[in-house]
Design a protein around this ligand. Structure first.
Ligand code: NAP
Length: 292
């Protein structure tokens, strides 16, 4: 397939690499153009805009930060819609608003372009290994057409309903990991304050009911109190905003999510938004930069 990839950040860069490895003809574009260079070295063509990248492509994979960014690269001036022919397909791996996704998909459909929302879980590690979990929304036909792309970047791929359903599922995922990050952070702070032997404790915890992806992959950050990326805390806060909007529509109270969102707001104010989201452990460890 001829695939254009727009957005070569922590997640999109490795996705483009896996598509090249799978034998697709890949064209890349990134707003900060230097990020295209490692992919060009692997054989990707470079394009000066999303429209140019999309010209002649069968499909476009997008992986950008937030809803307005997605709208900009798809529908803005020089966007994908200015280049992708009718009959093309957009596979969006960004985490964005479910309702905006349904709206964008309808606007693309008017131009004969299909869309699958395909937000991912599994972190930078999952992107590097090509083992992401992918939550999909869209028509059966578009989901089937996206198969070769999704299989190149993920290993658990689930179609959950029409356009926006994948993003709603991702909001559920982000709600669940919010509490996990915060409570693993609190547990680590308590263990260190109590003077427990940390390596032995982590080994023991990993065999019991407290086992989790966060414990396995991010407790080390929390023990050291250093938070390399990963997944930016500011992006997780963006995702909690999406989830809280969905909950408000459904009339649901979300006390844990609201508490974690407030902690993340505090951390962003203190300048920690570009750290990995495991930096929520700064709150119980009192290393936020704010007066304790
Ligand atoms: P990132 O490293 O910050 O990369 C963001 C990408 O979006 C960059 O390529 C950036 O371009 C591009 N971008 C942002 N705004 C743009 C705009 N207005 N116009 C054009 N390009 C724009 O973020 P990431 O970690 O890869 O995350 C990407 C998406 O995946 C987000 O929606 C995030 O929530 C989701 N996600 C991330 C993870 C994770 O562990 N990191 C896991 C699951 C899902 P520049 O390089 O020019 O800034």
């Amino acid at each position: 397939m001829r695939v254009a990839v727009i957005g070569l950040g922590t997640m999109g860069g490795p996705m483009a690499r896996h598509l090249i490895d799978a034998g697709h003809e890949v064209t890349v574009h990134n707003r900060t153009r230097e990020r295209e260079e490692p992919l060009a070295a692997l054989g990707a063509a470079r394009a000066g805009s999303p429209a140019e990248a999309a010209q002649g492509a069968d499909a476009v994979l997008t992986c950008v930060s937030d809803t307005p960014d997605l709208e900009h690269v798809l529908l803005g001036p020089g966007g994908v819609c200015d280049g992708l022919p009718s009959g093309g397909l957009v596979v969006d791996c960004s985490t964005v608003s479910p309702s905006a996704t349904a709206d964008i998909a309808a606007r693309l459909r008017e131009r004969g372009i299909g869309m699958v929302d395909a937000p991912v879980s599994g972190g930078s590690e999952g992107a590097e290994k090509g083992t992401l979990t992918i939550f999909c929304g869209g028509s059966e036909e578009d989901f089937a057409r996206a198969g070769d792309i999704l299989n190149a970047i993920g290993s658990r791929i689930t179609h959950l309903g029409p356009s926006g359903a994948g993003q709603t599922a991702k909001a559920v995922n982000q709600v669940m990991i919010a509490g996990t990050y915060a409570s693993v952070g609190e547990g680590i702070a308590l263990a260190q304050a109590a003077g427990l032997p940390i390596p032995e404790l982590l080994e023991a915890l990993s065999g019991g009911a407290a086992a989790s992806w966060v414990l396995t992959n991010r407790a080390g950050n929390m023990v050291e109190d250093t938070y390399p990326l990963g997944f930016k805390l500011a992006l997780h806060r963006k995702d909690l905003g999406i989830a809280l909007d969905e909950a408000a529509h459904a009339g649901l109270p979300m006390a844990v999510t609201e508490a974690v969102a407030a902690q993340e707001d505090e951390l962003m104010t203190a300048g920690h938004g570009d750290e990995d989201v495991s930096a929520v452990a700064r709150v119980p460890k009192r290393t936020t930069g704010q007066p304790a």
